[in-house]
Design a protein around this ligand. Structure first.
Ligand code: SAM
Ligand code: SF4
Length: 381
């Protein structure tokens, strides 16, 4: 019996965060110091992760994406991928990584069963990399991209979060990459998510997930932004001095730095001419295009300006063993405690079903409602 939520969506994709630790400190994701992390003992072991993924596979979840934090800081990732690949029913294993540790290990990952890779990269400029990622260096990430192409991972997807005042002047350089390389350049709209209470944005109501859950839906329809409303959303942007971002961009700063898909698309078409809509292998909710004659593709992940929720097919497992029905709304089911106190597979499967029934119709970021208490690094973006 496949997992089907209250809105008729089939849920067959599990995003698994293998750690909340990271070797970068991207300005929109983690504070430079004092990053929120779970106690080591709360992180799931490789065996625990595989047990949960095997229950998921028996429930019809076919696609697994490993993420984090930075998944490559986990020493047993190859083993985790190897065991996942052996589970019957798993058709695709993918990885989202910042690429810094990738080059020396990419062959081992592919031999273990990795099918696809997304590498996050927000700038092609070395000095700017230091301002945005604040750790690591661009050279290693570029090496990781080349190594992934050489390893035959196809298509290599680059995740670029576009931010006004930080990297929006590189949109055309990123688009240019798709001309000659077999790369899918994915422009991602910035989501105003910040774990700390340091901003004044209203929070989404946490719905109470208990052992006797009541099914809750927001009951609200997503209101798509018109361009005029986007202006209000981003407010008047004043550029932020990188040296002032000691912690992490707060939600209000993120709203000001927000650049819409529409704006990015228009900038690319102004320079390269009209793009042709295309399909990219397993691209989920992304909309993909090709510059005529290009080797690669360009995709847009528009979680703010486009109604991607209606096709949402996923659940998320946090590194500390909480199953979340939605990235961008509060509420999670505690698998870890049940797992560690002897729950059998059927009981774990029941927790999956409960979580699926709590999937909201859509996120409400556009109403200013954001998840509280977890950063993207802890959510497994
Ligand atoms: N560390 C890995 C990486 O950076 O690829 C995996 C985890 S990271 C949380 C996953 C993705 O989430 C990255 O592509 C990152 O750029 C994106 N991300 C993080 N915070 C975001 C935000 N506030 N809005 C949009 N994307 C975000
Ligand atoms: Fe680390 Fe990825 Fe977050 Fe950057 S986006 S801080 S690389 S988890």
């Amino acid at each position: 019996m496949p997992l089907i939520d209250s809105f008729g969506r089939t849920i067959d994709y599990l995003r698994v965060s293998v750690t909340d630790r990271c070797n970068f400190r991207c300005i929109y994701c983690m504070p430079e110091e004092g990053a929120p992390i779970a106690p080591g003992a709360d992180l799931l072991s490789a065996e625990e992760l595989i047990r949960i993924i095997s229950v998921a596979s028996r429930l019809g979840m076919r696609k697994i994406r490993f993420t984090g934090g930075e998944p490559l800081v986990r020493k047993d990732l190859v083993q985790i991928i190897q065991c996942t690949a052996k589970l019957s029913g798993i058709e695709e294993i993918s990885l989202t990584t910042n690429g810094f540790l990738l080059k020396p290990i990419v062959d081992k990952l592919t031999n273990a069963g990795l099918n696809r890779i997304n590498i996050s990269l927000d700038t092609l400029k070395h000095d700017r990399f230091v301002s945005i990622a604040r750790r690591g260096s661009l050279a290693e990430v570029l090496d990781g991209i080349e190594a992934s192409l050489a390893a035959g991972l196809h298509p290599v997807k680059l995740n670029c979060v576009v931010m006004r005042g930080w990297n929006e002047d590189e949109i055309l350089d990123f688009a240019q990459l798709s001309l000659e390389r077999k790369i899918d350049v994915r422009f991602i709209e910035l989501m105003p998510i910040n774990w700390s209470a340091g901003d004044d944005s209203p929070r989404s109501e946490a719905w109470n997930i208990t052992s006797q859950p009541t099914i809750t839906s927001t009951g609200n329809r997503l209101t798509l932004y018109a361009n005029a409303e986007l202006e209000t959303f981003r407010q008047s942007f004043q550029s932020i001095d990188p040296t002032e971002v000691k912690g992490q961009l707060d939600a209000n700063q993120m709203r000001r730095a927000f650049v819409s898909t529409d704006e990015i698309l228009r900038a690319i078409e102004k320079r390269f001419g009209s793009m042709v809509p295309t399909e990219v292998l397993v691209n989920g909710p992304a909309r993909s295009y090709q510059i005529p004659g290009a080797t690669g593709t360009i995709s847009f992940i528009s979680q703010i300006t486009n109604d991607m929720c209606k096709n949402c097919n996923r659940l998320r497992l946090t590194a500390d063993g909480q199953l979340r029905p939605c990235l961008m709304a509060d509420g999670e089911v505690d698998l870890r405690t049940h797992l560690r106190t002897g729950a059998d597979d059927e009981q774990l499967a029941e927790l999956f079903r409960i979580t699926v029934l709590h999937k909201p119709a859509e996120h409400r970021l556009e109403d200013g409602l954001a998840p509280i208490g977890r950063n993207m690094s802890q959510l497994g973006g």
